[in-house]
Design a protein around this ligand. Structure first.
Ligand code: AMP
Length: 495
């Protein structure tokens, strides 16, 4: 299949060729003809499949038919609306609109919050055919009456599942209610929950279902592995991995905004160039962080799930889950940035005993076991495992059965801490208000005893290739000198 065979206009074929694409990806091959034909689409595709070009190219083709070169704003009404959950994704989709639409006389604009609204208002007043927007800021423009939806012909909802997660559905419904009934609608989502299906029912007319990767499937070129480690040793293990390996462009995922910043600062103190990206950062800070990472100035980008969603970073080979995601689907989203287009990638998770349940859910979802690889010197001792596995007790007692001090602090003789309280993982900090928090006394952590000169080398080597581990939490552990090893590539995710 070629782009020519998909029936694209010469202007679009030229842009595609400029971008260096030689053949359409599966989602493009399926979606382009359907969208050109004016049909509604329900698309099941993750970032990395080429889905953006899959809807932007045919959308441009439809709008190009009646493109106007007149300078009059009235001749440039909003004809296509593309909604995305995050600013980053909006920027990336807008970039694609510009890349593929460079030979077509259509005006485009990206609209998102966190930046001055005035330039957006002015651009809207001058007239734009294609608006890529995040829902909140778009509604601000509606309120200001700087945008009018009467001429919208095509609506695209990108990453609808994330819109749902982020609580945007009421905003989306308000926007939908303002659009002409006669229009084409496309909805893309990596997963199809009942809620997504309900939303699809309310906005799509006899949609064509296009699914490229199986739902909840992960790329097969990604090697998954996990290193068991005590929560309080994660930072040191991460620093060890980064210091002793040649890994470049490492995307590290953490659970919270606060945790992201703190971890990036810690890594910097360890001499590792790192930057953080999360929802509390200004748009400019986020763009700068992303740029530093893309250009190689920062070797490590520490991100939260929300901020990293949809980041288009080409050839990102390494993802490290410093914390496992709260929802197993996010594991798939996280690693969607690696192993793209048949390239090799790896997803390494640092898993403390408390996260074993989450790990099991992820393995169930991706339908493959994640190889457990011990890093010498970082193995959580059996007492750590046992203590963390026990459910927390109520006030006045703790998992080790020692009396808890009335102020909620821990008995120092029982649990020497390696770090000041404020630097521990934020999530655990948030479990109870500080004054009332009662935590189980922690078991004595084994002293870290690793050889910092031994390299972290995460490539699969014949010697270190373990037999495929059983899908159980208590599979035999494999100790590897200062790390490594990957699992043999799992069978394809069929069935
Ligand atoms: P997306 O899934 O839309 O985020 O696209 C993922 C990446 O694939 C982007 O970096 C695109 O530039 C790239 N891409 C899209 N279509 C093609 C294609 N047909 N051939 C090669 N790369 C592509």
């Amino acid at each position: 299949m070629t782009f020519e065979e998909l029936g694209l206009l010469p202007e679009l074929l030229r842009a595609v060729s400029d971008a260096g694409y030689t053949e359409p990806t599966p989602i493009q091959a399926q979606a382009i003809p359907v969208v050109i034909a004016g049909k509604d689409v329900m698309g099941g595709a993750q970032t990395g499949t080429g889905k953006t070009a899959g809807f932007v190219l045919p959308l441009l083709q439809r709008l190009a038919r009646h493109a106007s070169t007149s300078p009059s704003p009235a001749r440039h009404p909003v004809r296509a609306l593309i909604l995305t959950p995050t600013r980053e994704l909006a920027m990336q989709v807008h970039e694609s609109v510009q890349t593929y639409g460079k030979y077509v006389p259509l005006r485009d604009l990206v609209v998102y919050g966190g930046v001055d609204i005035k330039p957006q208002t002015e651009a809207l007043r001058k007239g734009v055919e294609i608006v890529v927007a995040t829902p909140g800021r778009l509604l601000d423009h509606v309120q200001q009456k700087s945008v009018n939806f009467n001429s919208v012909e095509v609506l695209v909802l990108d990453e609808a599942d994330r819109m749902l997660d982020m609580g945007f559905i009421p905003d989306i419904k308000r926007i939908l209610a303002m659009l002409p009934k006669e229009r084409q609608s496309l909805l893309f989502s990596a997963t199809f929950s009942e809620e997504i299906k309900k939303l699809a029912d309310s906005m799509l007319k006899q949609p064509v279902l296009i699914e490229v990767a199986r739902r909840n499937a992960v790329t097969e070129t990604v090697t998954h592995r996990m290193h068991p480690v005590a929560q309080d040793h994660k930072r040191q293990l991460l620093a060890h991995i980064l210091k002793t390996s040649s890994l470049k462009q490492v995307l590290v995922f953490v659970g919270t905004k606060f945790g992201a910043s703190r971890l990036a600062v810690y890594l910097e103190k360890q001499g590792i160039e790192a930057t953080a990206i999360h929802g509390d950062k200004s748009q400019q800070q986020r763009s700068e962080a992303l740029e530093a990472f893309k250009s190689g100035k920062a070797r490590v980008l520490v991100a939260t799930d929300v901020a990293a969603r949809g980041l288009d970073i080409d050839d990102l080979p390494h993802v490290i889950n410093y914390e496992l995601p709260h929802v197993p689907e996010d594991y798939i989203h996280r690693i969607g940035r690696t192993g793209r287009a048949g390239k090799e990638g790896d997803a390494t998770s640092l898993v403390c005993p408390e996260e074993r349940g989450k790990l099991a859910e992820i393995e169930k979802l991706i339908k493959r076991p994640i190889e457990q690889v011990l890093v010498q010197g970082f193995e959580p001792g059996p007492d750590v495992d046992a203590a963390h596995d026990k459910p927390r007790r109520g006030r006045g007692s703790n998992s080790a059965g020692r009396p808890e001090r009335g102020d909620g602090s821990r008995d120092k003789s029982a649990a020497p801490r390696r770090e000041p309280r404020g630097r521990r993982d934020e999530e655990r900090e948030r479990e109870r208000p500080p004054s009332r928090r009662v935590e189980p006394a922690k078991p004595k952590l084994p002293k870290l005893d690793f050889d910092p000169s031994k390299p972290y080398e995460p490539k699969v080597s014949a010697q270190n290739t373990a037999p495929e581990p059983k899908r159980t939490h208590h599979r035999p552990k494999r100790a590897v000198p200062a790390l490594l090893g990957g699992m043999p590539k799992a069978d394809s995710d069929k069935g």
